[in-house]
Each structure stands twice: as structure tokens, then as C-alpha cells.
Write a protein that binds this ligand. Structure first.
Ligand code: RIB
Length: 312
């Protein structure tokens, strides 16, 4: 077991502007929100931070803008012990931002303005090739150009590097390209978009997961929020229950799942247990507000995991 695996995240970094509100204005109307939170986010950055908090060595390949948020984002990575040798500042472009709205039930609505994330190119991946070749696992999402995602998956496949693709935010993808990923981890909406099948129940989620496996992805995990996760491969199907909590803010819970799962899996934990652990890590992140700001330390996770084991 490698307790400190090396994870390389190729992906986005945003600044999250989260407004907590009980309602939404109609066109032309002004209403008051309840609370505001400014924090570091972006699916790639969040997953990197979750993996780091769980104990992985983490490097990020990303682009930020030359505005106020760019250097602050790099400093946030550094302060967490994340390697930023391949995080570049793009002149004349804004850093990615995400206005987020959280309603009284803890449900979120997110709008992403990609900014510099959209400038991450295959040339950046070539420049990071040596780093990628040293990784125990490369983690990708879809807030950077799709050709960069496909290019990274192809490069990783050529070199036998394990990859994990989180197809978020939801979009239609080329199955021949995503078949280069070792793990595909969509949530219900993303699975629905990829397969064109409804995912409203466990049975439907299972049908979508099998559709993805039949399309050539060897391992599919569909995350189902409070219903846990489904693990599906050509010869297996398993439902792994969630860790029950009363959520305050679910923003970033999917990223907490992905980052922690990558760390546990690349550290040598068996796949089912890595999913069960990631379910707990993700659930804990919903107990406070913000994205990265809500991710817990390894100590806090270990305590919850031990408590769960005693209860079962
Ligand atoms: O998954 C949550 C993340 O989605 C937020 O941090 C936001 O920046 C968007 O990328």
C-alpha cells in the first residue's frame, strides 16, 4: 500500500462566488440574498485539494488569468503543498469564475465562466509529459477544452498511466476517445447526457452504466448523491451505500468524491472500499459551506471512517 500516491490533476481552477438565497429574482427584479462566500473552486482544483487532504502528493496542470484571482489561486495551491510547476498564467485573460447559488435545501446551481481554463492546450500537456509519466493516477474533468482532455487520455494510454475521467459538467462525448480512460465517473445527470437514457432510479442508473461499459470504458462508477454509488464493469455490478448526513451545502461534494477516490485507489485500497471511503469523504464535505473550504482533513475522515466501521 502506497500511503502517499502521486496524483496529477489536469483541469480547471476557478474562484467560486457563492450566494445563499431562499429565492431567485424575476427578470428586472432585485431581491436580497442571505449570505455570501468567496472561495477557491473549479472541479480540477477541488479534486486536487481533496486528494492532497487525503494524503496524496499532488501536481496540477492548469491555466489561470493575469487578474487578481490568478496569483491567489496559485498561492492557494502552494499553501496546501500542491505542486504548481505546470500552472501557467495566461496574459490578457480572466481566471475562471463560478457564480454559485445555494437554496435553503442546500441544493446548488452553478454557472461557470471558463476564462483561462479554456486556454489549456495539448502543448501544455506535452510540456508536462515527464510529470504525467511519474503519476500513479491522472485525473481529468471537462472544464478545459475537450481536445486537451482527449489528448491527455491518449498520451496516458500510450504510456500505461492510470486515468480517471469525471465527465463534468455534463456534455456529449466521443466514446472512442473516452474509452481511453481507465475509470469514468459521472453523476446521474452526466450519465444521462452521455447515454441519452433517463437516470431517475437505481435501475436506470444501472442501465446507463452498462451502456457506458458496452461503449468500451472498462470501469464505470455512477455517483448518486444520497443514494451512494454504483460500480459497474464488464463482469460486475455493485451498489455502495452513502454515508448518511444532513447536508448544509452539497457544492463540490462530487469533487470531494473524485479526489479522495483517486487518492485511496492509487494508494492501493481495493476498488469497492475506495468507493465506500470516498462516499464518506464526500458526505463530510456537505456539512459546511463552500467547496474546497468544506473539505475535511485526513484526521477528520479517519475518525468518521473508524466510527462507521464500529457501527456496521
Ligand atoms: O463542482 C463544483 C465546482 O464546479 C465549483 O467549485 C465551481 O467552480 C465549478 O467548477
Amino acid at each position: 500500500m502506497n500511503s502517499s500516491p502521486h496524483i496529477v490533476v489536469v483541469g480547471s481552477a476557478n474562484v467560486d462566488l457563492t450566494t445563499f438565497t431562499d429565492g431567485f429574482p424575476r427578470p428586472g427584479e432585485t431581491i436580497f440574498g442571505r449570505k455570501f462566500h468567496l472561495g477557491f473552486g473549479g472541479k480540477g482544483a477541488n479534486q486536487a485539494v481533496a486528494a492532497r487532504l487525503c494524503g496524496a502528493r499532488v501536481s496540477v496542470v492548469a491555466r489561470v488569468g493575469d487578474d487578481l484571482f490568478g496569483p491567489a489561486t496559485i498561492e492557494n495551491f502552494r499553501s496546501r503543498g500542491i505542486d504548481t510547476a505546470h500552472v501557467s498564467i495566461t496574459p490578457g485573460v480572466a481566471t475562471g469564475v463560478a457564480p454559485i447559488f445555494v437554496d435553503s435545501s442546500g441544493q446548488n446551481r452553478i454557472l461557470v465562466v471558463k476564462g483561462a481554463n479554456d486556454c489549456l492546450s495539448p502543448a501544455d500537456i506535452d510540456a508536462a509529459e515527464e510529470l504525467l509519466r511519474q503519476a500513479d493516477c491522472v485525473v481529468l474533468q471537462l472544464e478545459v477544452p475537450i481536445e486537451t482532455v482527449y489528448y491527455t487520455l491518449r498520451l496516458a494510454r500510450r504510456h500505461g498511466i492510470r486515468t480517471l475521467l469525471n465527465p463534468a459538467p455534463a456534455q456529449i462525448l466521443d466514446f472512442a476517445e473516452i474509452a481511453n480512460a481507465d475509470y469514468l465517473i459521472p453523476n446521474e445527470t452526466e450519465a444521462e447526457t452521455l447515454c441519452g437514457l433517463p437516470v431517475g432510479s437505481l435501475e436506470e442508473a444501472r442501465a446507463s452504466a452498462f451502456c457506458l461499459v458496452e461503449s468500451g470504458v472498462p470501469n464505470v462508477i455512477v455517483t448518486l448523491g444520497s443514494n451512494g454509488a454504483l460500480r459497474v464493469g464488464p463482469d460486475r455490478f455493485e451498489h455502495i451505500a452513502a454515508y448518511p448526513v444532513e447536508p448544509v451545502d452539497t457544492t463540490g461534494a462530487g469533487d470531494a468524491f473524485i479526489g479522495s477516490f483517486a487518492c485511496f485507489l492509487a494508494g492501493g485500497t481495493d476498488e469497492s472500499e475506495a468507493i465506500a471511503r470516498a462516499n464518506v469523504y464526500a458526505a463530510l464535505s456537505t456539512l459546511s459551506v463552500g467547496t474546497q473550504a468544506s473539505f475535511v482533513t485526513r484526521e477528520r475522515f479517519d475518525a468518521a471512517w473508524a466510527e462507521r466501521a464500529q457501527g456496521s
